[in-house]
Write a protein that binds this ligand. Structure first.
Ligand SMILES: NC(=O)C1=CN([C@@H]2O[C@H](COP(=O)(O)OP(=O)(O)OC[C@H]3O[C@@H](n4cnc5c(N)ncnc54)[C@H](O)[C@@H]3O)[C@@H](O)[C@H]2O)C=CC1
Ligand SMILES: O=C(O)[C@H]1O[C@H](OP(=O)(O)OP(=O)(O)OC[C@H]2O[C@@H](n3ccc(=O)[nH]c3=O)[C@H](O)[C@@H]2O)[C@H](O)[C@@H](O)[C@@H]1O
Length: 435
């Protein structure tokens, strides 16, 4: 099928390449000319495992092209909207400027019978509004929220764990479902769950999923706070409650908290939308989820300063990790970058290292100093802080690290190091919510 993907960022570039990989003829459209130039040359504009390989194979197949010109979307039967929905400046609500702009720009190129498919994460009610607009030219709309995780984006798109279609009632909805089934035919196995529902439910499924994940993380981080004042170990607590299949161990890793381009802004946008709908109190707990999460960044900063006897000025701090999670170069609302910036602001001599996220960090915070390698960051450090659990950091040998550093203090902001091994090598080990 001929498909367009409007917006080629972390979601759209992966979606476009994956759809070509599934055999469709795809044009990816973005207003960012530099991004389109890179993608057209077969290069990924951000770090995502597996993306370079599928970009290359899709390009060689001739099924994937990119353009800055919306006119190139004309002739596609299905148009995916994958533009950003960031938090509005100074507000909690989502900024829908890009979604509205993309749909307005697309409408002149839609033909009767075309299907516009929303993938961006939007406040409930957006799809119904957009549907009315695309219907003016005889097109229809479906809402197909995306659940991919950065770092696993290709795998999650090509083999999704479930698909949700929000469609219109009656015959147009049935037609939309048939078109989406055809697009995803090769991605669906016999037992991939498929939920076909209305627009509002599809929109809410997405924000509810992210709100639940954020709540799960803040729950365990709240337990970490209690563990810190009672001498308990939150990692053992997580293992023990996680054995209950109703709870499950995943997303119970306490640490510096969640970040990224989605969970933080999605819970805030959800709160704002609920308030607009007169039901702010129903999700008032999300404000607490957010507050717990932000306290954990502060906790890491405080721990580092505490280990330095309250005197961070001119002390060398090796910050290992800047990305919001491993296997990504994304630093949007990254707790790791936030910790580096705060420590720098408090007068510490911060030298940061991340395998993939330094260029993005330097663009946002040029005041920070970056090391060329993990060893260069560790050289003469008074304190080592791990804030993104890259494999390279988890595998560090405490005996070898001690040969590089000046002090032997490590703050493990992700509880990802072997505390016993580091202590055995003579280190003062400080974890999150564990003695
Ligand atoms: N990043 C992720 O892992 C996931 C993101 N989402 C949602 O997907 C949406 C996009 O997120 P990201 O890809 O992370 O954002 P992003 O910021 O990486 O990409 C958005 C892209 O849209 C482009 N754009 C803006 N206006 C445009 C227009 N009028 N026409 C064409 N292109 C335009 C921008 O230049 C940018 O390249 C958001 O709503 C997000 O919440 C959903 C699931 C996963
Ligand atoms: O809407 C989105 O964009 C996506 O948001 C998240 O995916 P992502 O942001 O890529 O990353 P996650 O793996 O969910 O991690 C989010 C943050 O939580 C943190 N985290 C995760 C798990 C955990 O136990 N503890 C914890 O602190 C991570 O370090 C990271 O900062 C969701 O997992 C995806 O399903 C969703 O599609």
């Amino acid at each position: 099928m001929k498909i367009s993907v409007i917006g080629c960022g972390y979601l759209g570039a992966v979606h476009a390449a994956s759809m070509a990989e599934l055999g469709h003829e795809v044009v990816g459209i973005d207003v960012d000319a530099a991004k389109i130039e890179m993608l057209s040359a077969g290069r990924a504009p951000f770090y995502e495992p597996g993306l370079p390989e599928i970009l290359t194979s899709a390009r060689e197949s001739g099924r994937l092209t990119f353009s800055t010109d919306m006119a190139d979307a004309a002739g596609a039967a299905v148009h995916f909207i994958a533009v950003g929905t960031p938090q509005k400046k100074g507000e909690y609500a989502a900024d829908l400027t890009y979604v509205n702009g993309a749909v307005d720009a697309l409408i002149p190129f839609l033909a009767e019978g075309d299907l516009v498919v929303g993938k961006s994460t939007v406040p409930v009610g957006t799809a119904a509004d957009l549907a009315a607009r695309v219907e003016t030219v005889g097109a229809s709309l479906a809402w197909n929220p995306e659940f991919l995780r950065e770092g696993f984006a290709v795998q999650d798109t090509i083999s999704p764990d479930r698909l949700v279609y929000g469609v219109a009632a009656g015959e147009p909805g049935q037609r939309a479902k048939a078109q989406l089934d055809e697009i995803y035919a090769k991605a669906l196995s016999e037992d991939t769950p498929l939920v076909v529902t209305d627009y509002a439910t599809a929109e809410l499924v997405k924000v509810a999923a992210n709100a639940f994940l954020a709540t799960k993380i803040s729950f365990i981080n709240a337990m970490a706070e209690i563990a810190e004042v009672s001498g308990a170990d939150v990692t053992q607590l997580a293992d023990a409650i996680g054995h209950d299949a109703r709870i499950g161990r995943r997303f119970l890793n306490a640490g510096v908290g969640f970040g990224g381009g989605c969970l933080p802004k999605d819970i805030r946008a959800f709160s704002a939308r609920a308030e607009e709908l007169g039901r702010g109190e129903s999700v008032a707990f999300l404000k607490e989820v957010d507050a717990i999460n932000l306290r954990r960044r502060q906790r890491v900063v405080d721990l580092v300063i505490e280990t330095l006897g309250g005197q961070p000025f001119q002390k060398k701090v090796a910050v290992l990790g800047l990305a919001f999670k491993p296997d990504s170069d994304d630093v949007r609302d990254s707790p790791a970058l936030d910790v580096a910036v705060q420590l720098h602001g408090r007068g510490a001599d911060v030298l940061a290292y991340d395998p993939e996220a330094m260029a993005n960090s330097a663009r946002l915070h040029p005041q920070l100093n970056f090391a060329e390698s993990v060893d260069a960051a560790l050289q003469d450090a008074d304190v080592v802080v791990v804030v993104t659990e890259w494999k390279e950091f988890r595998a560090l040998d405490p005996v070898r690290v001690a040969e590089l550093t000046r002090g032997k203090i490590v703050v493990d902001g992700r509880n990802c190091l072997d505390a016993v091994a580091w202590r055995a090598a003579g280190w003062t080990y400080k974890g999150m919510g564990r003695p």
